[in-house]
Design a protein around this ligand. Structure first.
Ligand SMILES: C[S@@+](CC[C@H](N)C(=O)[O-])C[C@H]1O[C@@H](n2cnc3c(N)ncnc32)[C@H](O)[C@@H]1O
Length: 312
């Protein structure tokens, strides 16, 4: 049975304690706002041989001020928060390992620059756009209904990509491709149409920003093998861990929020879990608690694709 290791605490010191080259696949979905607003400047990090800041591989960087006061003053702190954690993530990856970094349209461009600096531009393989169509629609601009997932490979010449393991999606115009192809479906592109976690569905844990199993299952199946070691160090409700163990992979999950621990204790009540830094309540009290309806593991499912607007 696949193993889950769940750590309670700030992810940085925990990441630092894990051995280099020990992880096959990392998925993270960090919070947008660290809540540590200390400055009003918007800062970008750029490579500069004479720059004052030392980085990985002996490279040097400097900060440049890129924004005006009308923007929220989060970017400088946000990137400073992420940087050491992303440096650790790269150190932890095995030679053919990959990082999947889930972020929203407001932050993705800044994070891409930071990730390029840490991993190297060559290691950037794909930007996956997760498109959904749920909730209110703005009438003053195009409704923003997508997230971005950046894929970086530790080594751009050698990484796991098992496309044959990917779920298949329906053709938009099945009549154009013949019966056999239409029945088989096609593999997705870098735009993944998928519903959000249904507010009334079995998958829902009640944790904010829970990501759907369909998206995570696809990443796990295509970018890792059975028995591999996976990691999510912004685990939240443990969605990535649930995908990992349901598909026969081992997973380390880290979160510093007690509510995340409580949700995961219920979600993984039937899984083999080793807890670090936190003791879950007795199983009986978890089973009896009102939100234990979400406890049974959701079986691995293929995504519910929304047909993409191309006939190909
Ligand atoms: C967007 S949520 C992740 C949601 C998750 N993908 C899911 O499907 O449930 C981000 C998580 O990062 C956690 N977090 C934020 N800063 C952290 C830190 N320094 N160390 C560990 N966890 C942190 C928060 O507590 C939160 O649960």
């Amino acid at each position: 049975m696949a193993r889950l290791d769940i750590h309670f605490g700030d992810n940085l010191p925990i990441l630092s304690s894990l051995p280099s080259g020990s992880i096959d696949l990392i998925y993270i979905d960090p919070p947008f706002n660290t809540g540590q607003i200390q400055s009003r400047d918007q800062i970008a990090v750029v490579r500069d041989a004479q720059g004052p800041k030392a980085g990985f591989h002996g490279l040097r960087y400097r900060h440049i001020k890129i924004g005006s006061k009308e923007y929220p003053d989060l970017f400088d702190d946000y990137l400073a928060f992420l940087e050491p954690r992303l440096v650790e993530a790269r150190r932890l990856l095995r030679p053919d390992g990959s990082l999947f970094f889930h972020i929203d349209y407001r932050e993705v461009h800044y994070c891409k620059v930071l990730l390029d600096l840490i991993f190297g531009r060559d290691s950037f393989i794909n930007e996956i756009v997760w498109a959904y169509d749920y909730g209110a629609r703005s009438r003053s601009r195009w409704p923003t209904k997508h997230d971005n997932i950046l894929w970086y490979a530790r080594n751009p010449a050698d990484y796991q990509f098992h496309l044959a393991q990917c779920d298949r999606i329906p053709y938009m115009a099945p009549d154009l491709v013949g019966e056999e192809k239409a029945a088989r479906g096609k593999t997705p592109t870098d735009t993944w149409w998928h519903t959000i976690v249904s507010p009334n569905g079995r998958e829902k844990t009640g944790y904010p920003n829970q990501k759907p199993r369909g998206i995570l299952d696809r990443i796990v199946k295509v970018h890792s093998r059975r028995d591999d070691q996976l990691l999510d160090f912004f685990a939240g409700s443990g969605s990535f861990g649930e995908s990992a163990v349901a598909l026969g992979r081992n997973c380390i999950l880290i979160d510093d929020h007690i509510e995340a621990m409580q949700v995961m204790a219920r979600r993984f009540i039937r899984r083999r879990v080793t807890w670090h830094g936190w003791n879950p309540p007795p199983r009986r009290s978890l089973r009896d608690s009102p939100s234990s309806a979400a406890a049974p593991p959701v079986p691995s499912t293929d995504p519910t694709p929304v047909p993409a607007p191309d006939p190909g």
